[in-house]
Design a protein around this ligand. Structure first.
Ligand code: PEP
Ligand code: MG
Length: 757
């Protein structure tokens, strides 16, 4: 595609992405496309699936009165044909085609040239983008490619704008009970109000929010601008000698802008109209930047990024009056483009009702954290208009991954009923508290807790658990500005060892990298999950590893319930090297006069290579623990954080089941204990298969413990073995899921597994 066409394409996509609602987005599309391909008409039809019609939603070239009026039955006309075929149709003379339909409401004379391309998202045709020409015209390849590429990029923007526009649409009472679809992150239903959180200095992520006190907002804005002026003057002084005069001109330009009425006064005006300072700033900056964006001259167009840069600097100062802890409402639903574990942790206890993240998927660590906290979460809601939902009432369905924005009363009623059912189920589950985790034919399956993400002092299921099967050590490393000292780590580990003593506590050595970054130890990688992660970092930095192991051994003095677990092992040498270092830490401490004992040591099986070398690994250590979250990700080549592929992330995939079986058999041959500590262990349906395989123990978050125990107490090991055999004959994960859902329903436990999306 020639450079200028590409540029037009980028410009249109950008403008559409910034459009505040669907109507505006479509108007931009039709007017720009008509101009770009010099057609007589450009229109967009969107499909109304409920009424089985394609509706003319925007046009340039036909009568405007036809918009919203022209409705074509699903399978009629050329528009219907484009949708059915889901591919472009290019006709020099459309009128002679058998599917041509003459529509008089549009004021259409006979248009001959026709090019229609489908707008597709998630395999679904949402509508058709069409250009028409009065004379006969066969659109060229380049034009077809242009429209085709544009339509592919517009689908997301269209659904996004649609969701945004609905917020301002019909009143609550008449609004359709539409929802935005994401991925089930943590089970449960939450009703509350959205608080949008966004990363520092990210101007585009600033949500709309009303100003609570306009005078205060105005003052904050003026203070921030004054602070930026100070910063810039100081910076200009500092670079005076090292920068050429023309490069320093940028500072003058910025200072001029800050002194100009247009930037400051326009923002203040917006504040006086009721927007809060960051929101007013964003709108003003965008208004300025757009002027430059639309300039033909490349040099001037670049100035748009300088304007946005200036906006970020002002925003940084505004953000210094950060969200007060009291600002969180009692029923806060935290909403963000990409919610981080830290943002979750910042909400004061008792205020957090739910979590919605536009990015991420069910097995992201934030979702795991939400599950551990017992807070419903929906992940990967890519159509969520994050900037426009602050303060809105939301209902989130963490079972099916749905988010309802300002829901109508009928939806609220339905979800209140579901929440009541959940409460009843919770009461039923409490009835089995204190009873052993044992099958109906007397096989015990100990249930342990996953800990480390939230304070273990009041973990759900703490009394009941057989111990801690996985203590993730990353959080204390993530919340600091530097590596925690040996002494700080001793305090942490001692607390959990003591809380659970004499029950065993399995502490995992540091598993940073992947989606768990440390701000003070930046790792820049294009493929972080295949990169420097877990034990690879520990062995490359023995000083970090030795400090951690020394802390663990000292914390265990007097308790003797420590088990040590190595993450992300993919090579036998890693275990050999780690064992040497652990021995070294032990010997050094003894030399220092401390009486420490060697802990039992285990390896995580979470990389396919470890499955195939399970016996070599098992022989070297005392136990194995299967991390199904990563094992599934690596076996299926599906990023556990990526919402685009979350639909094919499946820990019931037959390949995953076979891998698990192979690990269990390998461990058995070496007479080693094997457990599962990934999220699969907390899934009441999957647990049936793990029981059938002969897994020795399970480790899960506290919220899942009662449900899992309920299943174990309702089934025999013999029946679980039969179900496993049946599952191993299934060819798809869907078939396995159906088999297990049926089995639980037969046991009267259907309520434990609500249907997913
Ligand atoms: C796993 O991968 O299954 C696991 C338990 O570890 P994490 O989720 O911390 O990667
Ligand atoms: Mg893992």
């Amino acid at each position: 595609m020639p450079a200028e066409v590409l540029e037009t394409l980028h410009r249109i996509v950008k403008e559409v992405n910034a459009a505040e609602d669907l109507g505006r987005a479509l108007t931009i599309i039709v007017s720009q496309v008509k101009r770009a391909v010099q057609a007589d008409v450009c229109s967009v039809y969107l499909t109304d699936f409920e009424r089985r019609e394609h509706v003319l939603r925007a046009t340039e070239g036909l009568q405007q009165s036809a918009v919203g009026q022209v409705r074509l039955p699903l399978h009629r006309g050329l528009i219907g044909l484009v949708c059915e075929r889901a591919e472009p149709i290019n006709l020099a003379d459309a009128t002679s085609h058998r599917r041509y339909l003459y529509i008089h409401e549009t004021g259409e004379t006979q248009f001959h040239g026709f090019l229609g391309v489908p707008i597709i998202q998630h395999r679904k045709v949402l509508g058709v983008l069409v250009v028409r020409q009065q004379e006969q015209r066969s659109f060229g390849n380049e034009e077809v490619t242009f429209l085709f590429t544009l339509a592919a990029q517009l689908a997301g923007a269209i659904t996004h704008a649609q969701a945004s526009g609905e917020l301002d649409g019909p009143s609550e009472r008449t609004r359709p009970s539409r929802f935005l679809q994401g991925w089930a992150g943590a089970p449960g239903v939450a009703m509350g109000r959205a608080t949008v959180v966004y990363p520092p200095a990210d101007l585009e992520a600033v949500p709309d929010r009303p100003a609570e006190d306009e005078a205060l907002e105005e003052e904050a804005f003026r203070t921030a601008v004054a602070a930026v002026v100070q910063d810039l003057m100081a910076l200009e002084d500092r670079v005076e000698e090292s920068l050429a005069a023309e490069d320093r001109a940028l500072f003058d330009a910025w200072l001029m802008m800050l002194g100009s009425d247009s930037l400051v006064d326009r923002s203040i005006e917006r504040i006086q109209q009721g927007n809060w300072a960051p929101g007013a700033l964003l709108q003003t900056i965008e208004e300025h930047a757009r002027v430059f964006d639309n300039m033909e001259d490349v040099y001037l167009r670049e100035r748009a990024s300088d304007v946005r840069d200036l906006g970020r600097r002002i925003l940084m100062h505004l953000q210094q009056r950060s969200l007060d802890r009291d600002d969180y409402l009692p029923e806060t639903i935290l909403v963000g483009e990409e919610i981080s574990a830290m943002q979750l942790a910042e909400v004061p206890p008792g205020h957090l009702a739910g979590v919605v993240s536009a990015r991420g998927a069910s097995f992201s660590h934030v979702a795991i954290l939400a599950r551990a906290m017992g807070v419903p979460a929906v992940m990967g809601v890519s159509d969520l208009p994050v900037g426009r939902v602050d303060g809105r009432e939301l209902i989130i369905d963490g079972y099916r991954g749905r988010v309802y924005l300002s829901p109508p009363p009928s939806v609220r009623y339905e979800y209140r009923r579901l929440a009541d059912e959940d409460r009843e189920l919770g009461e039923e589950l409490r009835a089995i508290q204190g009873l052993p985790s044992e099958t109906t034919d007397g096989v015990a399956l100990p249930l342990h807790l996953n800990a480390g993400l939230i304070s273990e002092m009041n973990l759900q299921g703490q009394e009941e658990a057989a111990g801690v099967g996985l203590y993730r050590t990353e959080v204390p490393f993530m919340v600091r500005e530097h590596f925690p000292s040996e002494a700080e780590q001793i305090v942490n580990y001692h607390r959990v060892l003591q809380t659970f003593a004499p029950r065993p506590v399995t502490i995992r050595t540091l598993d940073i990298g992947g989606d768990k970054p440390l701000s003070y130890f930046p790792i820049e990688e294009s493929n972080p999950f295949l990169g420097w992660r877990g034990i690879r970092i520990s062995l490359d930095h023995p000083e970090i590893f030795l400090t951690q192991v020394r802390a663990m051994l000292q914390a265990a003095i007097g308790q003797d319930n420590l088990r040590l677990l190595l993450p992300m092992v993919s090579r036998v040498e890693e275990v050999d090297d780690a064992l040497l270092l652990i021995q070294r830490a032990h010997d050094e401490l003894e030399e220092e006069g401390l009486s420490v004992s060697m802990p039992r040591i285990g390896v995580m099986i979470e990389v396919p290579a470890a499955v195939y070398q399970v016996q070599e690994l098992a022989r070297r250590v005392d136990f194995l623990s299967i991390g199904t979250n990563d094992l599934t990700q690596y076996l299926l080549a599906v990023d556990r954080n990526n919402a685009h592929v979350a639909g094919i992330y499946d820990d019931l995939h037959p390949a995953v089941l076979r891998a698990l079986l192979q690990v269990v058999e390998g461990a058995r041959r070496c007479r080693r204990e094997v457990g599962v500590c990934g999220e699969m262990a907390g899934n009441p349906a999957a647990v049936v298969l793990l029981l059938g395989m002969g897994i020795d123990n399970l480790s899960m978050n506290g919220g899942s413990l009662a449900r899992v125990k309920c299943v174990i107490r309702s089934i025999s090991r013999a029946r679980a073995r039969e179900l496993l055999q049946a599952a191993l004959r299934c060819e798809t994960g869907t078939a396995v899921q159906a088999l297990l859902t049926n089995a639980l329903e037969e046991l009267g436990l259907g309520g434990l597994v609500r249907p997913g999306k």
